[in-house]
Design a protein around this ligand. Sequence first.
Ligand SMILES: [Zn+2]
Length: 125
Amino acid sequence: MHYKLSGRRDMEGQPQLELQINGHFNLVCQRCLGALAFDLDAAAVFILVPDESRMPQPEDERDDVEYIVADAPIDVRALIEDEVLLSLPLAPAHENVNCNDALSAAKEQKESPFKVLQGLKLNKD
Ligand SMILES: [Zn+2]
């Protein structure tokens, strides 16, 4: 994984950080539990605010940036971890054609009538 963190000031002179993350992740498909390669390409802008009292009101917050109170050294590692977690899919899954589950789902459908019968018989006993 590669990341680039750069600092700059916006047009109003407010300091901000720009974080870019590129990486290749090996995820697990939530349908077939097979390996799933995922290329992450994420970017985020953080506006640094000197203290809590200078945080913008919710209605003034911009949607495309995040705000950080910079009253202590910034934990860059946590910043990157958060951004990676936000950018990864919550429930990663293969495209249907690549997913092993598409095959096993077809198989299960064929078997299901027998499973249902089995279940009925057991319930009667
Ligand atoms: Zn899959």
